[in-house]
Design a protein around this ligand. Structure first.
Ligand code: CP3
Length: 345
């Protein structure tokens, strides 16, 4: 039983598609020359995010170039910490840096309340983009997970080196949970405003899931994602909006993501496809998990990998084609076109 081809929202409802709908995490970004041409006018990346007309143009760039089947709001996950006055700046070649990171228990006690209207620029982008998109192209809203936002806020930059984060979790465990609760409520209000403004689906990015091993993942991350999911599925305004979760290289078993409120899991590159299909078949959609690095290989290797992946999911109702993580600035956009041709042929 096949419905129309490449229907992203239908795939989220587990309706089979002859050709899987496709979008790419970080599809509007530095690998596109047309993005760089706009970006060069903004020394500060967040200033660009605060300019809705420009964000709207950036959303449309990859849709127009590749005829992708879903658009994603142009913004960033660090808008919430910025709205909490943690002072987020993006330094060339260094990534995000916080002027006022969370470094003590009192930093959490003294946090200002989250006012969702501080992020009006994101909702304005959403409204403008929704108007500009053809009705056949759904718009995805997004947030970082509470854990991922906490990890950046405590580390004060990318938590990759983990200089402060692990010690903070041990020394200020109770306050960390307070902070995670504050962020969970903020994520809920933020996504709700995006949905009111026109987002057709939302994705939660747990981009630092990989830092938490064993029980700690459940305690510090999944627990709060579940709280967020139930807030969204209880609210009359947000309850029908499908929710996708991306978790980067989580250490837990896939069946931990079999959560009734979740509509789709976005698989990281390391996930086992067969295990995922067995776990989620008939219950949840699956998105991902092509390794972005394959876009650096020869056309033949790339086409082969795409064919293999789409063959694997041929009989899976509710598969959405995507990479296993965001596309990187070193990718040639021509390769993206070749990848999508292979999928659609
Ligand atoms: O098409 C899209 O997806 C654009 C919207 C988008 C951006 N960031 C724009 C952006 C989305 C959905 C994000 C999510 C995001 N931001 C995540 C989750 C996705 C993931 O990869 O796991 C994370 C972890 C961030 C935080 C962040 N923002 C980082 C680590 C960086 C890169 C810093 C660097 O210099 O490498 C950003 C900046 C950013 N966000 C860029 C874009 C297009 C690049 C900014 C630039 O042009 O310099």
């Amino acid at each position: 039983m096949f419905t129309n081809n490449r229907d992203f929202l239908a795939a989220l409802r587990l309706e089979s598609q002859n050709i899987p709908p496709a979008w790419i995490m970080r599809q509007a970004g530095r690998y596109l020359p047309e993005y760089l041409a706009v970006r060069k006018h903004f020394p500060n990346f967040l200033d660009m995010c605060k300019t809705p007309e420009v964000c709207c143009e950036l959303v449309l760039q990859p849709i127009e170039r590749f005829d992708l089947d879903a658009a994603i709001i142009f913004s960033d996950i660090l808008t919430i910490p910025d709205a909490l006055d943690l002072g987020v700046i993006f330094k060339e070649g260094q990534g995000p840096v916080f002027k006022n990171p969370i470094r003590s228990k009192s930093d959490i006690k003294n946090l200002k309340e989250f006012h969702p209207e501080k992020l009006n620029y994101v909702y304005d982008t959403t409204k403008l983009t929704k108007q500009a998109l053809p009705s056949s192209k759904p718009l995805i809203g997004f947030t970082g997970s509470p854990w991922t936002l906490a990890a950046y806020s405590i580390e004060g930059k990318s938590p990759l080196k983990n200089e402060f984060l692990s010690a903070f979790l041990v020394n200020a465990e109770a306050e960390t949970h307070d902070f995670l609760n504050i962020l969970t409520s903020a994520c809920f209000l933020y996504l709700k405003e995006q949905i009111i403004s026109g987002a057709d689906a939302v994705q939660i990015f747990d981009s630092w899931a990989n830092l938490l091993k064993g029980e700690a993942y459940d305690q510090f991350s999944l627990n709060y994602i579940k709280k967020l999911l139930s807030m969204l599925k209880k609210d009359p305004i947000t309850k029908n909006t499908p929710i996708i979760l991306f978790a980067r290289d989580p250490s837990c078993d896939l069946n931990n993501f079999l959560i009734p409120e979740l509509d789709c899991l976005s698989l990281f590159t390391s996930a086992d496809i067969n295990e995922a299909m067995n776990t989620f078949n008939g219950k949840m959609a699956i998105q991902g998990n092509l390794n972005p690095k394959i876009l650096l290989e020869s056309d033949a290797i790339l086409v082969d990998a795409v064919k293999q992946l789409s063959d694997s999911f041929q009989n899976y109702p509710g598969y959405i084609f995507n990479l296993g993580h965001g596309i990187t600035p070193d990718i040639n956009p021509e390769k993206v076109a070749i990848m999508l041709d292979a999928l659609r042929s």
